[in-house]
Design a protein around this ligand. Structure first.
Ligand code: FSX
Ligand code: SF4
Ligand code: F3S
Length: 398
């Protein structure tokens, strides 16, 4: 189980306001005006205020910060962002930007001030390269770097070459990260390596923090949820600091298990399961554990934030969680449509139960919950063996 982050004091309101004043002055005239964008999409002031109140609470800030969160959202569309595409499928960019009726989070993401973004920037060729180099020089220490994708490191990174000079992804990522205010790794690939890093990993794919030996803020998911990136950017703008992290992930978004807030949870507790796809249990919305749901081992806020204009998420749509925000899930959570207790992962020992949730399940469904408890212990043991991943705190403070 991830450790609780060290408790942090709420930032001082006057510091936050001073910080926002300075950011507004520095980046005035860049990017798009948020109020105009909201008006152009027919989003009312009232909806925006509801959204700021939701984001303030999501970021664990007291309601007195709602006005500052609204100001930070307006600054977010002006701060320079360099967004690198490394080894990945672009599903992360697609999932955040291809929404038919964007909510406020998606709108902010769509209109971040991208000085460089290989899939959506207007300039091409040399103009694109110039924009990148200008940002690295003129906004050193102030631009945000978002990396999407893992970094192939075998053969000195030659599996990925970018731009007219054929620079390796490894070299480009190193250069861009060096001058960034913060490096945000989005998606499973940048956070943990993604499918490319699954065995046998022929390209030596590594997550950004491992390939570059730096701290990143990891926003995993395959793809990630855009609201988690927007919240992280707001936090950076409000405080100038990396948010409290658990296993490298923002604690405000990744410190609850999918299982703990699952809408099918009552069925788990009652021992009511989908036994196979399309059966009576599936029609009744029973628990998906026996058809492979990995919600008991997965830390993310999908239940609360949802996807596709907040319409649904995998479990509500009828498929189990595949654990897409967990380290090495392509290897460790496979097979994805079978319980781990039936899978290839060896459970080394069964010394305890993670908490009351699984104790209840154990009583009710016997062997199934033994699998859950055993894997929780296995996951905890695996995490302990990885240095620097427990309860780490940010170091990119302003
Ligand atoms: Fe990876 Fe994101 Fe999965 Fe794809 O880019 S997290 S393969 S959805 O798109 O990086
Ligand atoms: Fe929900 Fe999956 Fe837990 Fe069942 S096992 S309650 S479907 S998270
Ligand atoms: Fe991924 Fe599970 Fe959420 S599969 S999208 S972490 S419900």
């Amino acid at each position: 189980m991830p450790k609780c982050p060290h408790p942090r004091r709420a930032p001082s309101p006057s510091d936050v306001e001073r910080r926002l004043d300075a950011l507004e002055a520095r980046f005035q005239g860049r990017g798009r005006d948020l109020e105009e964008l909201l008006a152009s999409r027919g989003i009312s002031r009232r909806s925006f205020l509801k959204w700021t109140s939701m984001m303030t609470a999501a970021l664990w800030l007291p309601p007195t910060f709602e006005r500052s969160v609204a100001r930070a959202a307006a600054v977010a569309t002006r701060v320079p962002v360099v967004w690198l595409h490394l080894q990945e499928c672009t599903g992360c960019t697609e999932s955040a930007l291809r929404t038919a009726y964007p909510g406020i989070s998606e709108l902010i993401l769509e209109y971040l001030s991208f000085d460089y973004h290989e899939t959506i920037m207007a300039p091409a060729g040399e103009a694109a390269e110039k924009s990148l180099e200008d940002t690295l020089e003129n906004h050193r220490g102030a631009y945000l770097c978002v990396m999407e994708g893992s970094i192939p490191t075998a053969m000195d990174g030659k599996f990925l070459r970018l731009g007219p000079k054929g620079e390796t992804g490894l070299s480009l990522a190193r250069r861009v990260a060096a001058g960034a205010k913060a490096v945000i790794a989005i998606g499973h690939c940048a956070s943990y390596g993604g499918p490319q890093a699954a065995a046998p990993n022929p390209t030596g794919a590594k997550p950004v923090h491992e390939a570059l030996g730096i701290q990143t803020i990891r926003i995993p998911g395959c793809p990630y949820n855009g609201v988690n990136l927007v919240g992280t950017i707001l936090h950076l703008l409000l405080t100038g600091e990396v948010p409290a992290l658990v296993d490298g992930r923002p604690a405000w978004a990744y410190s609850k298990r999918i299982h703990d807030t699952c809408p099918r949870r009552a069925h788990f507790d009652a021992g009511e399961f989908v036994e196979q796809w399309g059966d009576e249990g599936a029609r009744k919305g029973f628990c998906l554990y026996k058809v492979g749901c990995k919600g008991p081992y997965t830390w993310n806020n999908c239940n609360e934030m949802q996807w596709n204009e907040a319409a649904s998420f995998p479990i509500r749509a009828g498929h189990g969680c595949i654990g897409c925000s967990e380290d090495a899930f392509w290897d460790d959570m496979a097979p994805l449509e079978k319980p781990l207790a039936d899978g290839a992962v060896a459970i080394p020992f069964l010394k305890g139960v993670e908490g009351s949730v699984d104790t209840v399940g154990w009583t009710l469904i016997g062997a199934t919950a033994v699998g859950i408890a055993g894997h929780a212990v296995y996951s905890a043991a695996m995490k302990k063996s990885k240095p620097g991943q427990d309860g780490e705190e940010g170091s990119h403070g302003a």
